[in-house]
Design a protein around this ligand. Structure first.
Ligand SMILES: [Zn+2]
Length: 131
């Protein structure tokens, strides 16, 4: 089973992309000194049975910071992203960085999506059918 074990590694490539997107879209995080690490994984992660997971944003638990110099890590699932072009990878990186919310006290937290919807509803009624 060793062959199928997920592999995680620190990604310089995603670090460069992440730094670029942070500067363009999340200067607020840089200003607050929020440190983000970037990891690539060869795991073919899915949500439910079939929905591909491109990336995830995770908050580093306080005690783990003794060993990990980041507040958040963004994991990009390489094999699920093979069909994405450079522009789409930037959008994905922005998406993951948008999961870092800042609360009223200036504390960062993992922010859920603004919208969750099915394709069939979107096709027939649009994304904002409730407003
Ligand atoms: Zn997301």
């Amino acid at each position: 089973m060793i062959d199928s074990e997920p592999i995680y590694c620190i990604s310089e490539e995603y670090g460069v992309l992440g730094a670029e997107v942070l500067q363009l879209k999340r200067q607020d995080l840089l200003d607050l000194g929020v440190a983000v690490g970037f990891i690539s994984s060869s795991k073919k992660k899915t949500r439910g049975k079939t929905q591909l997971v491109y990336g995830e944003c995770k908050k580093v638990p306080e005690i783990w910071k003794l060993y990990c110099p980041y507040d958040f890590v963004i994991i990009i699932y390489d094999l699920n992203c093979e069909h994405l072009d450079d522009k789409q990878m930037k959008i994905l990186m922005w998406h993951e960085l948008l999961h870092i919310g800042i609360d009223d006290k200036g504390e960062p937290y993992v922010k859920p999506h603004d919208v969750e919807e099915f394709d069939d509803i979107i096709k027939e009624y649009g994304l904002r059918w409730d407003s």
